[in-house]
Design a protein around this ligand. Structure first.
Ligand SMILES: [Zn+2]
Ligand SMILES: [Zn+2]
Length: 270
């Protein structure tokens, strides 16, 4: 039974398939249910800025998800918030107005620089700049853990997605990340938030889920038990991609349940 809790439809600026298109992924038996995580971007430098909060109507989005739910599909209307402390109040104001089924807090931009796309981070050869961005990433991460309105922590360590070999060859960078992740895993476990295992990393130069085994082991060792899995699909063909691998990894790491972000009362056995 696979629930994919991180999928984008055309309610996101970069989504390619409509909500209706995704019924095919359920009809085919590939996945049991979907948590849609449309981008909610409050900063002008973000790709979906003004999209869900501007000319697209969140009420229309939620109504369309509900109509499919009424037809028997286990669909949930969530959003993926592009977090930065400077935009926090705007995000909270929006979440006050619109009650999504769940929220994912993700960090994509640091001081106007994208740390999650395929162009920017691999092009940085200045190790000090890279380290600065990574330190800032974990700093924003710590702030986000204090925000009650966020249910899920999206793709921990997303800056690794396109770093590939450049990352593993740099000892001092690995050390910095290792130390930061230790602290973040501890605080994440304490926060009670759900850690998302984002499978997009498996299909990127990183070749591992985000977060990977090392972080999940730490999180588990600190008593963290709330995990879910998401493909970060932007088109129907990718829905459910990597779910099997993510479940296997979670089981091997000692987790027994998936926590659906929209229904924490009913964990699903792995
Ligand atoms: Zn994201
Ligand atoms: Zn996403």
């Amino acid at each position: 039974m696979y629930y994919d809790s991180h999928i984008h439809s055309t309610y996101s600026a970069d989504g390619l398939s409509t909500l209706g298109d995704y019924t095919a992924a359920v009809d085919s038996g590939r996945i049991s249910g979907i948590g849609f995580a449309e981008h909610l971007d409050m900063m002008p430098e973000c790709g979906s800025y003004g999209w869900l909060d501007g000319w697209l109507d969140p009420m229309a989005y939620m109504a369309e998800v509900k109509a499919l739910k009424d037809k028997g599909y286990e669909f949930y209307a969530g959003c993926e918030i592009d977090y930065n402390k400077k935009a926090q109040q705007d995000v909270l104001d929006h979440l006050e107005k619109f009650q999504y089924d769940f929220t994912i807090c993700s960090i994509h931009m640091i001081d106007g620089c994208s740390i999650s796309d395929r162009e920017y981070i691999p092009a940085i050869h200045d190790i000090d700049k890279l380290k600065y961005l990574i330190r800032r990433y974990y700093e924003e991460f710590r702030h986000s853990l204090e925000v009650d309105a966020f249910d899920v922590i999206g793709h921990v360590g997303v800056f690794k997605r396109y770093l590939g070999d450049a990352y593993y060859k740099r000892e001092s960078l690995l050390r910095l990340v290792k130390e930061a992740e230790y602290e973040i895993a501890r605080l994440s476990a304490k926060s009670g938030k759900i850690i998302e295992v984002n499978t997009s990393g498996l299909y990127s130069p990183h070749g591992e889920t985000l977060p990977g085994k090392a972080f999940l082991e730490l999180y588990h060792s600190f008593g963290g038990r709330n995990v879910c899995a998401g493909s970060d699909a932007h088109s129907c063909e990718d829905a459910g991609r990597g779910m099997k691998e993510a479940h296997k990894l979670l089981k091997e790491t000692g987790f027994r349940y998936i926590m659906p972000p929209w229904d924490r009362e009913n964990p699903v056995k792995l």
